[in-house]
Ligand binder design. Structure first.
Ligand SMILES: Cc1ncc(COP(=O)(O)O)c(C=O)c1O
Length: 386
């Protein structure tokens, strides 16, 4: 089955949030799932598990072989040397973010976040009663950039954690070595723990490359918890599994003060799917990356040719386009306006923090045909307010 051979009726049958949350006359381009069929080896592994009624307790993290698979995976993909003993399996990446912030800071202590930001970063900090140190990424004429001086001056002795999102959702930045080194150095100078959400690591477009911040130096590694997962790149987020790498024994020990039943871990289907993803699905991933690259170009072409007032930097990573509509007629919510007028569900910029007001996020991980429809419908709505 071809990965892009997806029809609207098949997508609506899937029962997931993306195609079922909104009424059937709405085209969904919101939550970060891809519309592509998962790789055949993953389907086969899961089918086998189902036909064998393989729903008993799975082997744990180490015995399942997944930790050593993670070790070899990050070496192969990012040339990052780690040891499996430094890794824990969690239910998902957002859980890791919440647990990491809980363990490495106390109430009313500060957490640095680069806004606009994937909403759970904001929720984690406020729900856990930490102080958000919101550090805007600055749009220059060609990219979103980091104001390092501003970050450094915002940090004080009550700041404990830098919650990094790299690649960054929603701007699509894949931070480069110089930027990551500067972030790491700031964290070393101020004794901050870095919790680095690298879930989109496999979806960085050439010529950019993913750099795990913990791979930069022993000093940065020793204060970094890296969260990764097969879920975004292999489109299996609903199966729930994430990997947390701890750059020092002390960090891991502290994290393990959370009882293992609270941390969660493997489940029968995710073990099968992740093992298959990381052993048998790289050619599928290459195909998907090529499709996403082309889709990204379709979005760029659409903006350039049809919506010159819309601000847009093609993402260096992720399948999410972050569109700045602030030069158009103002609307209380562009997301609602586009839903009502274009019948397309996009993500509301304001959900990514105040700095996202006036923006929308469009998920372009779908077939080129559906993407063309999304763009045409959104384009007609934007034409009315241009
Ligand atoms: C940056 C980022 N982190 C985490 C997640 C969610 O990860 P999980 O489902 O493993 O909690 C997403 C999903 O879109 C994301 O974009």
């Amino acid at each position: 089955m071809s990965v892009t051979n997806v029809t609207e009726s098949a997508l609506r049958r899937k029962q997931g949030a993306k195609w079922n949350y909104y009424p059937p006359d709405i085209l969904p381009a919101w939550v970060a799932d891809m519309d592509f069929n998962v790789a055949e080896p993953i389907r086969e592994a899961l089918s086998r598990q189902i036909s064998d009624s393989g729903f008993g307790y799975p082997l744990g993290a180490k015995d399942s072989g997944l930790l050593s698979l993670f070790q070899s995976r990050v070496k192969k993909r990012f040339n990052w040397d780690i040891d499996e003993s430094e890794v824990l399996i969690l239910n998902d990446v957002v859980q890791g973010l919440y647990l990491g912030i809980s363990v490495f800071s106390d109430k009313n202590e500060g957490v640095v976040i680069q806004t606009p930001i994937y909403p759970p970063f904001l929720h984690a900090v406020s729900e856990l009663s930490r102080l958000p140190l919101l550090q805007p990424l600055i749009a220059t004429h060609e990219q979103f950039e980091i104001d390092f001086d501003k970050i450094e001056s915002a940090i004080d002795s009550s700041t404990k954690v830098f919650a990094l999102c790299n690649p960054h959702n929603p701007t699509g930045r894949a931070f480069n070595l110089e930027e990551l080194t500067k972030i790491g150095e700031i964290c070393c100078r101020h004794n901050l723990i870095i919790i680095s959400d690298e879930i989109h690591a496999d979806l960085v477009y050439e010529p950019k490359q993913h750099i795990p911040i913990a791979s930069i130096s022993p000093e940065i590694r020793a204060r970094t918890v890296t969260l990764m997962s097969a879920s975004k790149a292999f489109n299996i987020a609903g199966l729930c599994m994430a990997f947390a790498h701890f750059g020092s024994n002390a960090l891991k020990k502290k994290f393990e003060s959370i009882p293992s039943h609270v941390r969660g871990g493997t489940n029968a289907l995710s073990v099968a799917a992740v093992r298959s993803a990381w052993t048998s699905c790289d050619s599928w991933l290459n195909d998907i990356r090529a499709i996403l690259f082309n889709n990204r170009n379709l979005v760029s072409q659409f903006i350039l040719e049809k919506q010159p007032k819309v601000g847009y930097f093609p993402p260096e990573a992720t399948y999410l386009a972050w569109l700045d509509l602030r030069k158009l007629e103002p609307k209380p919510s562009y997301q609602s306006y586009i839903m009502d007028t274009a019948k397309v569900a996009v993500s509301a910029g304001e959900d990514f923090g105040d700095q996202g007001r006036g923006f929308i996020r469009v998920n372009f991980a779908t077939s080129p045909e559906i993407l063309e429809r999304v763009l045409a419908q959104v384009g007609s709505a934007l034409d009315l307010i241009s």
